[in-house]
Every structure is written in C-alpha cells, then in structure tokens.
Design a protein around this ligand. Structure first.
Ligand SMILES: *[C@@H]1O[C@H](CO)[C@@H](O)[C@H](O)[C@H]1NC(C)=O
Ligand SMILES: *[C@@H]1O[C@H](CO)[C@@H](O)[C@H](O)[C@H]1NC(C)=O
Length: 173
C-alpha cells in the first residue's frame, strides 16, 4: 500500500498510517470503527487563531496564490464534517470509511464564484494570469449521502468562510 511516492508526502503518510493503526487496533479489540476522511476543510472558524490550512486558504483568496500546485481543490464545509461525525456515531449501520468531499473544483472556478459573490472586491483583477489547468477528477458522494450528509453548496461555504475571516478580522478586504 505504501508506494515510495508517498514518502514525500509526510502529512498524507502520517494520516494514512494513523488510519491503518486505528483499523488494526479496532480489529484486535473488537471495536466498531467508522472512519471519516474529509477533503480540504473550509467554512466558518470556531478557533480563535488561524492554523496553517486556514491561513493558506486565506492567502489564496486574497492573492490567488495556490494552496495546491495543481490548482485542484477538494473542498468540504466544516459543518458537513461535524454532521458526518454525529451521523457516524448515531447510525448503527454506519461502517467503514466515508470520504466527505463536497466539491472538487479548479481554482479558476473558486475565483469565479468569489467574483460573483463579491463583485466589488475586484478578485478577477487580483487573479490575472494565475489560472492553472490541471485534469479534474471527482469523488463520489454516494456513501456520504447514504449516511445522511446533505452537502452545503460551495457558494454558501465560500461566502461563510470569507464572512467569518472578515468578522474575526483576519482578512482585511
Ligand atoms: C496493521 O496491521 C498490518 C497487518 O497485521 C501490519 O502489517 C501493519 O504494519 C499494521 N499497520 C499499522 C500502522 O499499525
Ligand atoms: C486546521 O483546522 C482545520 C479546521 O479547523 C482542520 O481541518 C485542519 O486539519 C487544520 N490544519 C492543520 C494543518 O492542522
């Protein structure tokens, strides 16, 4: 399962190993384990400080600097992740792993939505010539929806992310 390629991606590797260890532990101890694997989490912030992830996303919004070199974002709203955890605890039939990803989009699509939501902030000017065109892929929502997750529309997530960043005075737009 661990290809040499993975060893360059320490963050991903550590998460994969942690999941495998949890699966092993639950098997050895007869526990009913359900795994929630979120995409890149956006949405309103609960915590008082910006962590590395939220800071990178804010910088992307403000300057167009990509968080991911290929310009592809697997986004999910933090509130959908919270509900997924509750449903996974609540439902006896919950099993295995759930990939909770709302939308896989190109950065150009995010920028277009931001422009539509905030026409006065001149995002398209800021973002000029920074478009990446990588191959898009999709992640099935079928299993997440079978758990009962009703995904927040991307526009709503992006708007609430920005409103939260503004309210907490992290973003100076
Ligand atoms: C999980 O169990 C497998 C099979 O016993 C073992 O090869 C692997 O090293 C274990 N992984 C972790 C992270 O504990
Ligand atoms: C930052 O916080 C978000 C949500 O609060 C979380 O999903 C993410 O994993 C955190 N990033 C890091 C690098 O700890």
């Amino acid at each position: 399962m661990l290809t040499p390629f993975l060893f360059f991606l320490w963050y991903h590797l550590s998460k994969t190993l942690a999941e495998t260890a949890a699966v092993n532990f639950s098997k050895e101890n007869g526990l009913d384990l359900v795994v929630i694997n979120p995409g890149f989490v956006i949405g309103p912030l609960l915590q008082p400080t910006l962590n590395f992830t939220s800071e990178a996303f804010m910088s992307f919004i403000e300057t167009g600097k990509e968080v991911f070199a290929d310009g592809i974002y697997m986004l999910v709203d933090v509130r959908d992740i919270a509900i997924a955890h509750i449903l996974a605890f609540d439902k006896a039939e919950a099993n295995g792993r759930y990939c909770i990803v709302g939308d896989v989009v190109r950065s150009s699509e995010i920028k277009m939505i931001l422009d539509k939501l905030y026409p006065n902030l001149g995002f398209s000017q800021r973002y000029k010539d920074k478009c990446v065109e990588a191959q898009l892929y999709s992640i099935s929502k079928v299993k997440a929806e079978s758990l009962g997750v009703d995904f927040t529309p991307l526009e709503v997530s992006l708007r609430d992310t920005i409103e939260s960043l503004k309210e907490k005075k992290f973003m100076k737009l």
